[in-house]
Design a protein around this ligand. Structure first.
Ligand SMILES: Nc1nc2c(ncn2[C@@H]2O[C@H](COP(=O)(O)OP(=O)(O)O)[C@@H](O)[C@H]2O)c(=O)[nH]1
Ligand SMILES: [Mg+2]
Length: 470
């Protein structure tokens, strides 16, 4: 993976533009730079130069910048040529660099070299890709927080406290034959519990970061004809799903990505939850149940004309029957409560039932559910619904979130599991070596995130998804 070739790539997006940039990185670029733009480049200074071909003819005239290693993005010499943004010009410059011994960079190879040379860690490298891909301000801000090292510092601090625990344990193990009591088990457990709380908080910030990256998933659930597809179309701002008066129209999952005030939301319209003899509809219902179980938020759309209760005072029996279709969605009955906590009840078709738009709360046992009164047909109360979703997402994807990925959440989960094991082993007075080993594994899990512990496959997977020139 670590070869010594200079690499080059056109770093700006294809197409016509005012300026286009060719980027070259290598161990020693002095010779290549001299042939391409002449000698005497002062480090980190902008020079207006002719860019020359093999015969000494001018390809373009622009700005040349040399960043000698190790004080550069990659840690190697980096030469940037800011030319006019013509594809042809940039390709001629690139071909000249190739002729002078560079080879084409793979996607993400500049960032990969920066990582391998210790300029950035893996979290920061991933944040670069996330920043480039960000499609909302929040996502860009959280990527920037990770890129500036906030997340990495937090991870390192946690790894450091695990090291401290291990040192304590090791010395207790060394002195175990003597009479000296090295380890105060109670205070050790207490500090371990604090470390765990810290890990759990980080996990939730990571999870929020993944929501900002991927968008929160909102499933529209309910009986056929309740108005699910109509609500979807209102939120999407156009006709994404087919709306008809015929129950059972939506049979497959229709999914749309929308931005609500800059927050990415994946809306998922589903088939109405009912038993059917139609094989296609049955499959649709099966997919609907799965989508609902996996969603971050569920909008349970109800036809308010079919309910006699006052929305502010819905009877327990009515609530039970409204929620009934969701019962089969939870992957197991024990999960139903956790599903309930993600549900908002939508009282649709208030134009027919004569209610005013608004919001109140209803109870299903101990769980409090928001209830919104809207009319999808008349577009009444949709702004309310949109704000409600935003507040739920802002709550989920709070301002402190880091740009994070599923692999980060998994690794933190692993660290948490290992720390819990350490707690149990300590509590059951197992050999201290066991606890030390648990903590070592917890630390290794955290190391995977920043890239202290890593494999070629993981690096290939991460950097392979970058764009060329980054
Ligand atoms: N009056 C009225 N009709 C609605 C409203 N929302 C949906 N509908 C109608 O109810 C029927 C079913 O709507 P649709 O969105 O396809 O429901 P779905 O089966 O839950 O997806 C259609 O005829 C819609 O026009 C509403 O707020 N008011
Ligand atoms: Mg539908």
């Amino acid at each position: 993976m670590n070869d010594h070739h200079a690499i080059c790539a056109i770093a700006t997006a294809p197409g016509r533009s005012g300026i286009g940039i060719l980027r070259i990185s290598g161990k020693s670029l002095g010779d290549l730079a001299a042939r391409l733009v002449g000698t005497g480049l002062k480090p980190r200074h902008a020079h207006c130069r002719d860019f020359l071909d093999a015969e000494g003819a001018v390809i373009d005239r622009g700005i040349a910048l040399l960043f000698p290693g190790p004080n550069s993005f990659t840690g190697e010499d980096v030469l940037e040529l800011h030319a006019h943004g013509s594809r042809v010009v940039l390709e001629m410059l690139r071909d000249r660099a190739l002729a002078l011994g560079a080879r084409l960079a793979r996607p993400g190879e500049f960032s990969e070299r920066a990582f391998l040379n210790g300029k950035i860690d893996l979290v920061q490298a991933e944040a670069i890709a996330d920043l480039i891909d960000a499609d909302s301000r929040q996502a860009a801000r959280s990527a920037m927080r990770s890129l500036s090292g906030d997340f990495s510092r937090k991870l390192r601090a946690m790894a450091a406290s695990l090291t401290e625990f291990r040192v304590l344990l090791e010395s207790a193990i060394d002195f175990s034959d003597s009479d000296i009591e090295v380890l105060d088990a109670e205070s050790f457990q207490q500090r371990l519990a604090e470390a765990l709380a810290d890990l759990e908080q980080t996990r939730s910030l990571c999870r929020q970061g993944t929501l900002l990256n991927q968008g929160i998933v909102v499933a529209l659930a309910g009986l056929p004809n309740a108005g699910k597809s109509s609500v979807m179309n209102c939120l999407a701002g156009h006709d994404a799903a087919i709306v008809t008066a015929i129950p059972g129209t939506t049979r497959d999952i229709v999914s749309r990505r929308v931005l609500l005030d800059g927050l990415p939301v994946q809306l998922v319209d589903t088939a109405g939850l009912r038993d059917s003899d139609d094989e296609i509809e049955q499959e649709g219902v099966r997919r609907a149940r799965k989508a609902i179980d996996n969603a971050d938020l569920v909008l349970l759309i109800c036809d308010s004309t079919l309910v006699a209760d006052d929305p502010a005072n819905v009877s327990a029996a009515t609530i039970r029957s409204l929620l009934q279709p969701l019962r089969d969605c939870a992957s197991d009955p024990g999960h139903f409560d956790s599903l309930l906590r993600r549900v908002t009840v939508i009282w649709n078709k208030i134009d027919l039932s004569g209610l005013s738009p608004g919001m109140n709360r209803v109870f299903s046992g101990p769980v409090e559910l928001p209830l919104l009164r809207i009319s999808a047909r008349e577009n009444v109360g949709i702004d309310l619904l949109s704000r409600h979703l935003q507040s739920q997402i802002a709550y989920e994807g709070g301002e402190d979130a880091f740009a994070a990925r599923a692999r980060h959440v998994e690794a933190v989960d692993e660290a948490i599991a290992q720390c819990r094991k350490a707690q149990e082993n300590m509590a059951s007075k197992a050999a201290l070596e066991w606890t030390a080993e648990d903590l070592r594994l917890a630390q290794a899990a955290l190391g995977k995130i920043t890239g202290e512990v890593t494999s070629d496959e993981l690096l290939g997977e991460i950097f392979g998804k970058f764009c060329i020139g980054k």
